[in-house]
Structures are given as C-alpha cells and as structure tokens.
Design a protein around this ligand. Structure first.
Ligand code: AMP
Length: 583
C-alpha cells in the first residue's frame, strides 16, 4: 500500500510532508527547497514549469505565468494559454503533480494517496475542485482537511494538554481564524471565520503600488504599462516586505527597469518599516473583524484561550503579530513553524488514516471539522430556509420535511444555497435539482423529506424523497462549477501531455536568474571593497556589470535560443572573473 502524503496546497507556496519514525518531515523539492511556490508557467511550445523556476521567470513572462490560482478554485475562471483554456483545477493539478513527483523521488516509490488541506472558509464547490485537482494529478485524495485543523494536529502532537486555542493563519492569499479545542484524543474546530481575499499578496501589491507611484513622480515613467517591469517591481516589493520583518529599512534596486527617450532608467528606493506599516495598516486591521466573530461564535473571551498559534508566512510581519497581541491580550506561540505546520498536520492525518500512527493504536484522533457556512434551500417567496447552521460539526446528516405550495403539484425544485443571508438571492447557489413523481394532492399535503449529508471531507450530497410514493431522487448537485467525470479524464490526459518541461527554456531561465544574482553580488562586492580594491579592477567589474545588464535587458527566456544562452553565460563568466579579482 502506498504511503499517504500530506499536502498544504497554498496560494503562494505549497508544501509536502510524510510521517517518518512517528514524526512528520518536510519533503524537499528537487531544488532542495522546503516549500514550492504555487506558480505555473508555460513556454511557447506548451511546456510547463512549476515552482521557483516558474516564479523566477514571472517578471519576464507574466502573460504565460499563473500564480495565486487557489483564489480561483471552484469558480468558472480559466486562463487561455497556448490555444487551450486551463481551469483552476488543471493548474492546481500541475502543482500537485510536482509535489507528488518530489515525494516519489524522496521515498523512492510511487505515491498515489494524499491528504490535502484547504482553508476552513472554502465552500463545498471549492473543496470538490481541490479533490478534482488531486485526481487530475493522479492522486487518490483520501481526505480534505481544514488548514487550521491540520495545524492544530501538528501542534497537538507536541503538546497533549487539553485547551482551547486560536489559529490565526495569514498566508499569501487567504486569512483564516479558527477556534479549536484540543482534548483527550479529540481535536475539534469550534468556530471559523476569515477572508479568502486577504493575504501577503495584498501587502506586496501595496508596496508595489507605492514604488510605482514614486517612480512615476520622480522619473515620469508609468511602469503599469509594462507587465514585465510590473512583475519585477512586484518581486522586489515582496522581497522588501520580507526583509522588513527583520530590519527597519529595505533597499530596492532594479537596474534597467524601463526606458525613457530611448535611455534606460533604474529604480533605487528605500522603504522603512514605518512606511510599510502605514501602507498596510488597513490590511492588518481587516483581520480584527474575523477574530472577534470567531471568538463570539465559539462563545469565548480572549482570556479563555490557552494559546494563539500563528500560521502562514505573513504572520512574520511585526505589525501583524502586534495586532494579534492587541486582539487576544496574549503573546502568540511561535514554537510551531508557520510555513510548515499545515503540511505536517496533513501528513499526520494521512498516517492516522493508514492506521500506522502511534496514536491510532490508542484509539485514533478524531478530527471534528465544522461546516464553514450555513446551508439552506429556497422556499416560498425566495426565502432561504436553513437546514444546516454554520459551524455545525462534520459529518452531518440532517433531514427536514417540506411540502408543495400549489394544488396537484407533481414536481418540486430544490435549490441548494450556501451562506448566511435570509433571502435566497443573496446566498451562493451551489446546486439545483427537481424531484418529480410526487403524489397528486392538495397543496401542503405531500411530505417531502429533504436530507443534507456532509461527509468528513466537507463534501455535500442533498437528497429528496416523497414519503407517500416513496419516489426518491438520487441527487447529484448539478453545478457548472464542478467538473464532470469526462472533463476530469480529459484534464488528466491533457496534464500528461503537457507534463514535460523543455530543457532549453529551463536553461534560459536559470541563466537569466543566475545572471541577476551575479550582478547583485558583484555590486555588493564593489560597495564592500570600495577604495580598498585596485581602481582598474573596479572599473573592469563595473564595465562587465554594464555589459551583462545590457544583455539581460534584451533577454526573454521564452524567446531565447542556444546562442543567447551561451552569450549570457560568456558575459557571466567575464563578470565572475573580474569580480573574483576584487577579493
Ligand atoms: P504561505 O502561504 O504560508 O506560504 O505564506 C506566504 C506568504 O507569506 C507570502 O505572501 C510571503 O510573501 C509571506 N512571507 C513569507 N515570509 C515572510 C516574512 N519573513 N515576512 C513577511 N511575509 C512573509
């Protein structure tokens, strides 16, 4: 039996883990990284790159690069690249396939089974889309679990003390806050709240906007018209943001960023932490509402929280940590790695499902997840009649009797809704079906039993049955947002077809990225050595930097041929040699 891997399929980064010797370990990818950027890129020939190779070329190939696709899960979004429209499931499947391959390389055996995590806020369609993505990637998705539950599971392994905790998860694209009860062998989600359009990406965008506004003011060049320049600014903004988690100032240096009157213009800027905090204060403040609402739903005051766990890379931002302190009145725990604990928890869940977990022998850990939003059906007058309250514990089996509104009505339409609003039109429509063959009777006489079943993965099935005739509708929720079996099979075939990455393209991107790093290193060495180095040596390094920068300015990885790569490598070798002489 294949071992079950745990996957944190994140908006910005994804991570894969497996339990070894009773402990979850993070599996490094083929580049030795512990997290793989959730970025997918295509070249002209339709070859696919996933991870940091894709992320690195994003600035020069923005139109054929997809990032933050998790935000699109469960919608009818698609992106047309290379003559094909790719769905969010298909793009996500490419990331999952890469993680699977990395796990296979690490384990030295085929991997077919996985536990995948999703934000607690994901609705049924988004969960189903995640499962479909796993299928396309050749994975049998054993369980979909909520990210905060997963983090708590990783945490619960280290500390068995019964307590109620808050998981504050601010990642790249989503914000989740959950109140969790850790008990004797039971981890229960008491309440969840969040915002699935708030994360580190928004912080990057604020910094990038600021940099571009300043650039326009100073240089009179509108970078927003140049997608490649925008991409580079965005990359630098994220870097500066990360630096500012540890220092008070960050320097942004982007040579040859644009042209004005045929002359190259460069960006040189400094960002202080105070300015960064000012630019992003409202984003940090937006996390307060969900924190209060989760506490309220769980019926807890902040003082009743045993611990507050920080999850997600964006919780490294000092202002975010200060906000958490202010909201909860306590120092958040950092003894759990914010970037890795979700994947680790998923691996633990996989281990439990496999029956080999040390705790499984003691009677298993029960993961009691909750449904993130209320579920209802539309009844007379467009009212949303609730069958399942939000934050109800999974699995759920709930039935309610409904009747007809017109005499001799032979069919009823069941319109399934998700959301908290009282009127049907204000909630999300997640499915519709018709039950026919109802007993001929006066209005209000037929007894129609409507049942909502939500399994442990949070996947919903709705059924309806006329109690008199016994006529039951075997119901699948028909929604265009879901993929049919045929579509999944086709997507699997397409994914196979596009799986091979082109080596020239890879070489081009590697060379471009290494050239950039080399320039940065050489410039740093020039600064560091200063006048201590020979004047002629310094002059040579400057000339070689300029030559390589000029070459780089013209290089677009998707258009480069072997000669271009060779020319770049030559210029790099020259710069390397002159920079070495500075030492
Ligand atoms: P995750 O989805 O948990 O991998 O979080 C990714 C997000 O965390 C991205 O937006 C990163 O830019 C952000 N991030 C990672 N490290 C840091 C850091 N040191 N300071 C601020 N943000 C960070």
């Amino acid at each position: 039996m294949s071992r079950i891997i745990g996957i944190d399929l994140g908006t910005t980064n994804s991570c894969v883990s497996i339990v070894e010797g009773g402990h979850p370990v993070i599996i490094q990818n083929d580049k030795g990284e512990r997290a793989t950027p959730s970025v997918v890129a295509f070249n002209d020939r339709g070859d696919v790159l996933v991870g940091s190779a894709a992320k690195r070329q994003q600035a020069v190939n923005p139109d054929r690069t997809v990032s933050s696709v998790k935000r699109q899960m469960g919608t009818d979004w698609s992106v047309r690249i290379g003559g094909k429209a790719w769905t969010a499931q298909e793009i996500s499947a490419m990331i999952l396939r890469k993680l699977r391959q990395d796990a296979e390389a690490y384990l030295g055996e085929p991997v077919t089974d996985a536990v995948i995590t999703v934000p607690a806020y994901f609705n049924d369609i988004q969960r189903q889309a995640t499962k479909d993505a796993g299928r396309i990637a050749g994975l049998n998705v054993k369980r979909i679990i909520n990210e905060p539950t997963s983090a708590a599971l990783a945490y619960g392994l280290n500390n068995g003390m019964p307590q109620k905790i808050m998981v504050y998860d601010l990642g790249g694209g989503t914000f989740d806050v959950s109140i969790i009860e850790i008990g004797e062998g039971v981890i229960e989600v008491l309440a969840t709240s969040g915002d699935n359009h708030l994360g580190g990406d928004d912080f990057d965008a604020r910094v990038a906007d600021y940099l571009m506004d300043e650039f326009k003011r100073e240089q009179r060049v509108d970078l927003r018209r140049d997608p490649a320049a925008c991409g580079r600014v965005r990359e630098a903004a994220e870097q500066a943001k990360k630096e500012l988690s540890g220092t008070d100032t960050a320097h942004i240096s982007l040579p040859f960023l644009a042209q004005r009157d045929g002359m190259p213009v460069h960006m040189e800027a400094t960002l202080t932490r105070a300015k960064f905090d000012q630019l992003t204060a409202d984003l940090v403040e937006r996390t307060a509402g969900p924190v209060r609402s989760a506490l309220q739903d769980a019926g807890l005051s902040p003082a009743q929280l045993g611990r507050v766990l920080l999850v997600g890379g964006s919780t490294r931002i000092p202002a975010v940590q200060a906000k958490v302190r202010q909201l909860t009145g306590q120092e958040p725990s950092k003894n759990i790695n914010p970037d890795e604990c979700v994947a680790q928890g998923a691996a633990v869940q996989g281990d439990i499902l496999q029956g080999s977990h040390e705790l499984a022998a003691k009677g298993d850990i029960l993961l009691l997840d909750v449904t993130p939003l209320s579920l209802s059906i539309e009844t007379v007058g467009g009212v949303a009649t609730r069958l399942v309250e939000r934050n109800s514990r999974l699995p759920i089996h709930h039935s309610q009797i409904f009747s007809t509104t017109a005499p001799f009505q032979r069919a009823v339409d069941i319109h399934v809704l998700q959301g908290e609003r009282p009127m049907a039109r204000d909630n999300k429509s997640i499915g519709r079906f018709r039950l026919t063959g109802i007993e001929r009777a006066m209005a209000g006489v037929p007894q129609i039993e409507v049942t909502f079943d939500i399994d442990a993965n949070g996947i919903l099935t709705v059924s309806a049955r006329d109690q008199k005739t016994g006529k039951a509708q075997s119901i699948t929720i028909t929604t265009n947002d879901r993929m049919s079996e045929d579509e999944i099979q086709k997507a699997i075939r397409d994914a196979e077809m596009y799986a091979g990455a082109d080596s020239l393209y890879k070489d081009s991107m590697t060379a471009v990225s290494e050239a950039r790093q080399l320039i940065a290193k050489a410039e740093a060495a020039l600064k560091e050595k200063g006048k201590a180095a020979e004047k002629a040596d310094r002059k040579q390094v400057k000339a070689d930097v300029a030559a390589l920068s000029r070459l780089l300015f013209r290089c677009k990885p998707e258009k480069m041929n072997e000669q271009d790569v060779a020319a770049l490598k030559d210029a790099m070798a020259k710069l390397q040699a002159s920079a070495d002489r500075l030492q």
